[in-house]
Write a protein that binds this ligand. Structure first.
Ligand code: ATP
Ligand code: MG
Length: 257
């Protein structure tokens, strides 16, 4: 399988008395989808932010290997270095589309801006790529000049995903990308994400408290509770044969719902 794309060892982070991360080890391989599941407050978003270098842990370390095989200590990166990785190698999809979009510019501008940040200066090419990506996320490309606020919540998420994927990242961080949407909209968005991830061979850390979404998307599942990983394994194994009492509870509460 080769070396992990990203690996984190012994992450610790406290907020006052709260241990948001308490000795977390996690890794992801190229092309792998890892779901991070757990109840509210278990530390999922904190873990994602630390993995992406957006938040500094009290202890522990995160290593990222770029396409040339060079390892980067994520916490030791300068702000410019981190931004460069965010532009070239990584993508981040927020739960709230407003956090991942620029609401003041058009849909096409939102996608094109990422290409420009990555160095593309050919306006016609940028616009064509933006239109193409709107189609790929099943948005009407004729609406390329409309601002994000004209679109529904599910469509804004699609736009955010297009903005993230247009630069062809190798590793994508997604924090509950379908949270807060209607169930039918969620299902279609998950299908779309699954298709794109498989097509592009992306590695994805996918935070969710929806076990069904984890089953649909993930190769591997990491179960968090109180800032610790209480169980991890291949998705089918974790869901069909959960070993930790807390995972059993999570899985059975879904079955009962
Ligand atoms: N910036 C912060 N300042 C203080 N406490 C924080 C901060 N961010 C997170 N916490 C606390 O750390 C713990 C983990 O929070 P986190 O947001 O990572 O949980 P989560 O698993 O993503 O929850 P949710 O499913 O509700 O999004 C919680 O107790 C939370 O209140
Ligand atoms: Mg969260």
């Amino acid at each position: 399988m080769g070396a992990p794309l990203l690996e984190a060892a012994n992450l610790q982070l406290r907020f006052g008395a709260v241990r948001a991360l308490d000795g977390v080890d996690v890794e992801i391989f190229p092309g792998e989808v890892v779901a991070i599941v757990g109840e509210s407050g278990s530390g999922k978003s904190t873990l994602l932010r630390v993995l992406a270098g957006a938040m500094e842990p009290d202890a522990g370390r995160v290593l990222y290997r770029d396409a040339a095989g060079e390892a980067h200590d994520v916490q030791a990166l300068s702000e410019a270095g981190r931004r460069r990785l965010m532009r070239s190698d990584w993508g981040f999809v927020h739960q709230n589309a407003r956090d991942g979009l620029r609401m003041g510019i058009s849909a096409g501008g939102n996608i094109g801006e990422r290409l420009m940040a990555a160095g593309d200066r050919n306006y016609a090419h940028i616009r064509a790529e933006a239109a193409d990506w709107m189609g790929r996320v099943e948005m009407n490309p004729e609406r390329i000049d409309e601002p994000p606020k004209n679109f529904s919540g599910g469509m804004q998420q699609r736009l955010q995903i297009a903005r993230c994927l247009v630069t062809n990242p190798r590793l994508v961080f997604m924090d509950e990308p379908t949270g807060g949407l209607d169930v039918s909209v969620q299902a279609r968005l998950l299908d779309l994400i699954r298709g794109l991830v498989a097509q592009l061979g992306l590695a994805v850390f996918f935070v969710t408290h929806d076990i069904g979404a984890a089953r649909l998307l993930a190769h591997r599942i990491v179960v968090m509770r109180h800032g610790r990983i209480v169980e991890e394994g291949l998705a089918d194994r974790v869901l069909d044969d959960p070993r930790h009492a807390y995972t059993q509870l999570l899985v059975s509460s879904v079955l009962a719902a």
